[in-house]
Design a protein around this ligand. Structure first.
Ligand SMILES: Cc1ncc(COP(=O)(O)O)c(C=O)c1O
Ligand SMILES: [Zn+2]
Length: 478
């Protein structure tokens, strides 16, 4: 039969089987005649149109020129393809670190503009970036009040709620994916998304003059939908959970030959997340934090922060230090946390996610297997948070640090609190919290949980009595 990967009846991936490594891809139908492979073939070498002069291109190709299977190490041309044909391992960008090390040092990086592209040599494009030139270099906030509330010695918030242009870390991955998509000659870009990626593809494609299509579960937050539509993209709501959206996108990618940033362009897209990790290290004064807490959907961001820490160590940009990376999910969709807690790398899909953290609601996480491995290797743990805990996490971050995060940020804060309480993050150590999207995108999650404003007539007398009554400080749910 034409299927190379499929799920077992139990829904889990059997260990040792090729489908185990397929991880999230197992729900996709894959064969040599599969649309995914065809998408790669159709955008073959002759369609590659690199920008920039021959000299710049030759320089860039010294740093990055091919993809490599994470499992067997086979190499592939740097085209629109993402799965190894032999063992279904994911393809990753392959770099020449000695060539990079010869030109990249702290001084060079610090001399460059404050964007994610200051780490240009470690990103998988060949010409100059043409999309998302302003993305990244968001603040790393020393969060003393939050540290006190969590009961930990030091806490930092890596604040991508203010990432440009769409207020989430997804602008990083999209900047790389669309820059590479243009190099590969794609005219139409698309994505399967839980909301933030759709916003970012829509905005960045608009600014690049590209046609875009974003496919999302039909029941996403109003603001997430609106924040895509406004850019003039084509929004398609799918009646089903994210996994169903993703499966459909794999089929569309092949049939229409579009560049799906998180399907056939995934090796390029995923690398953008490394810049979040590079910035943490640079902004900490060129060192790796002892603990990092990362919210997870597919698990990709966590694995790429791990990769970033490793690359900077390899390049001598930071000292080789011990560190732990911890994961955070919602209790209503916690396949990666469940695997870590169960002491296995077997990801058991969650067929019907149920959480207010919709951006994290991926039941079959494509990089779950590798996220578990990253946590285990670094001595990290993983937690999950209920809807009530997520809301409390959003409020705690807002009230202590003045940062309004979306529900995914509430997940990070709530799980960090548990990690400290259980001693997985010792109280006398430091932690960086990955806050990845803005709260204005998920306001409805807070409905019924915040205090109503006091209402008085425009009179000083009324204001005086409000103060003396103490009512202004009383929490009344709205
Ligand atoms: C705000 C936010 N944070 C974190 C994530 C998790 O990303 P990943 O799929 O890389 O685990 C997402 C994914 O959509 C997101 O929207
Ligand atoms: Zn392979």
């Amino acid at each position: 039969m034409g299927l190379l990967g499929c799920q077992t009846q139990s829904g889990a991936f059997p260990k040792g089987d090729a489908s185990e490594r397929m991880r999230g891809f197992a729900v996709r139908v894959l064969s040599r005649r599969d649309p995914l492979f065809l998408a790669g073939e159709r955008t073959g070498h002759d369609q590659v149109r690199h920008r920039g002069g021959a000299r710049e291109r030759a320089m860039a190709e010294k740093f990055f020129s091919q993809l490599k299977c994470r499992e067997c190490g086979r190499t592939y041309p740097a085209l629109a393809t993402h799965v190894c044909e032999f063992d279904f391992g994911p393809l990753e960008a392959d770099y020449n670190y000695s060539a990079i090390g010869a030109v990249l040092n702290r001084k060079v990086i610090e001399s460059r503009p404050g964007t994610m592209w200051r780490y240009r040599e470690l990103l998988p494009i060949v010409g100059d970036p043409t999309v998302g030139q302003q993305v990244g270099f968001t603040p790393l906030v020393k969060a003393d009040r939050l540290a006190k509330a969590l009961g930990v010695k030091a806490c930092y918030v890596k604040n991508d709620t203010v990432n440009h242009p769409t207020l989430s870390f997804k602008d990083r991955v999209v900047a790389v994916a669309l820059s590479r998509a243009r190099e590969l000659g794609f005219k139409v870009v698309a994505c399967a998304s839980t909301g933030n990626l759709a916003n970012s593809v829509a905005a960045n494609a608009a600014s690049a003059g590209m046609e875009s299509w974003v496919l999302i579960p039909a029941d996403l937050e109003q603001n997430k939908v609106l924040n895509s539509i406004v850019y003039g993209t084509n929004v398609v709501g799918i009646e089903g959970a994210y996994d169903a959206v993703n499966r459909l996108c794999s089929e569309i990618a092949g049939k229409y030959g579009w560049g799906f940033v998180n399907v056939n362009l995934r090796p390029y897209y995923a690398e953008g997340s490394k810049t979040y990790g590079y910035e943490i290290m640079e902004q900490l004064g060129w060192r790796i934090p002892r603990h990092t807490v990362v919210c997870m959907a597919s698990g990709s961001l966590l694995t790429k922060i791990h990769k970033a820490y490793g690359e900077f160590t390899k390049l001598g940009l930071v000292e080789k230090d011990g560190f732990s990376i911890h994961g955070a999910q919602a209790t209503g969709c916690n396949p990666i946390t469940a695997a870590r807690k169960g002491g296995t790398d077997l990801i058991r899909p969650v067929p019907h996610p149920k959480t207010i953290a919709k951006s994290l609601a991926i039941g079959t996480p494509a990089d779950g297997y590798y996220a578990v491995k990253s946590m285990a290797k670094t001595g990290g743990w993983s937690e999950d948070a209920t809807d009530e805990e997520i809301i409390a996490g959003v409020q705690l971050l807002a009230e202590t640090e003045g940062i309004f995060a979306e529900t995914a940020g509430g997940v990070t804060v709530a799980c960090a609190k548990k990690l400290v309480a259980t001693g997985k993050i010792p109280k006398d150590e430091e932690v960086v919290l990955c806050i990845t999207g803005h709260g204005l995108k998920t306001v409805e999650a807070l409905t019924g949980h915040l205090a109503a404003p006091s209402k008085i007539k425009p009179s000083l007398k009324e204001f005086d009595s409000l103060i003396s009554s103490g009512l202004a400080k009383t929490r009344v749910k709205v």
